[in-house]
Design a protein around this ligand. Structure first.
Ligand code: PLP
Length: 368
């Protein structure tokens, strides 16, 4: 049996007619960049995330950069980010000219260790960016409390947490802005690149729209320096086709996570991911910790199962950040996790038979 990590071709086949019709509509209207299809998606996505405003962006990285930069954060400033995240989170801070300051993650849920944030705050700190890693909401209420006490902004990285919530409240609505990615492999993916920033603040929302058009509120009147971060019309149209399916897809991901738990119960050599209390986990990824992780991954690949490692090198040890002078040992939890984590196939296309196949392979691997 072949078990792909995710199956975008199968997803396309399930939506083929609608996607082709959407493409035809955009081509016929020639609304290629921003425009009505993006506006429609922005309204729909804001509604799905239970927030007043959404600004479509070109990518998730650009969404983060726009959010950071338009708060006036730049040279000489510091922004606190988890060490255990995709490189785009700290890279967006660097793009704005500020310095990312890393904090370790907590072992149980992989998210930023809230207890270590205050020690990382300096007079230069301007914001904290919690990441809802793998679809599990970070302890963002506690992050907001610390931020309030120190007069800092909270920008949420929701690139992996579409529709996820914490005690009923959607990620992206705790901080001043929430940044999303619609990279094809995300829970909601465009057929190309895409991103968005959501907010409850009407002025910020206007400023986000201006930022993505070189700081332009009125045609050819540039009030500040922004960027070209517009979303393409065709991606907005494709995302509008996919969005109505997202609640059901998320439920399927959650059901698949439960199936993994069921069929992988009591395998001593692995640790299954845990859910924090009161969260609605979106399961962008199902990440286990495994003894002999690399050998297990090889064995699975030889048997037709694709896996991933998210992420093999914590951000503070990336070559690109050698100038920040961090060293091995600075964030031990992130470093230990990097050597043990393995992402199993996870998508709305994954079937129970496939989960059973993967689970039996893992069980068999450790008992052989
Ligand atoms: C994917 C991702 C991003 C960046 O999104 P892009 O659309 O690829 O630019 C940022 N942060 C996290 C945690 C991500 O997973």
């Amino acid at each position: 049996m072949q078990v792909p990590f995710l199956d975008l071709k199968a997803q396309y086949q399930s939506l083929r007619e609608e996607l082709l019709a959407a493409a035809e509509e955009v081509l016929a209207s020639s609304a290629y960049v921003a425009g009505p299809f993006v506006k429609k998606f922005e309204e729909e996505f804001a509604q799905a995330q239970r927030i007043p405003f959404c600004a479509g962006m070109s990518t998730g990285t650009d969404a983060l950069h726009a959010a950071i930069a338009l708060l006036g954060i730049g040279h000489g400033d510091e922004v606190i980010v988890p060490a255990n995240t995709f490189m785009a989170t700290p890279a967006a801070v660097s793009l704005a000219g500020a310095r990312p300051v890393f904090v370790d993650c907590e072992e149980k849920f992989f998210n930023i260790d809230v207890g270590q944030i205050e020690a990382a705050i300096t007079p230069k700190t301007k914001a904290i960016i919690p990441v809802h890693l793998f679809g599990q909401p970070a302890r963002v209420e506690a992050v907001c409390e610390i931020a309030k006490k120190h007069g800092l902004h909270v920008i949420e990285d929701c690139a992996q947490s579409h529709l996820a919530r914490r005690n009923g409240k959607y990620t992206g609505s705790f901080g001043i802005m929430g940044c999303f990615s619609f990279y094809p492999g995300k829970n909601l993916g465009a057929c190309g690149e895409g991103g968005a920033v959501i907010t409850s603040d009407a002025e910020l929302h206007k400023k986000l729209h201006a930022f993505r058009e070189h700081g332009m509120y009125k045609k050819y009147h540039h009030d500040f320096l922004g960027h070209n971060y517009r979303m393409e019309g065709i991606q907005g149209a494709f995302l509008s086709v996919k969005l109505p399916h997202l609640p059901k897809w998320t439920e399927t991901r959650r059901a698949n996570a439960n199936l993994y738990r069921k069929y992988l119960a009591n395998v001593e050599q692995i640790r299954l991911p845990e859910e924090d209390e009161g969260v609605y986990h979106a399961y962008h990824l199902f990440v286990i910790r495994a003894d002999g992780r690399n050998e297990l991954a090889d064995f699975l690949r030889e048997n037709g199962v694709a896996t991933g490692i998210h992420y093999p090198i914590p951000c503070h040890l990336q070559k690109a950040y050698s100038f920040l002078n961090y060293s091995r040992g600075d964030f031990p939890v992130s470093e230990i996790l990097a050597g043990e984590i393995l992402s199993l196939p996870m998508s709305e296309q994954l079937t129970e038979e496939q989960v059973i196949y993967v689970a039996e392979l893992i069980r068999g691997y450790y008992t052989k």
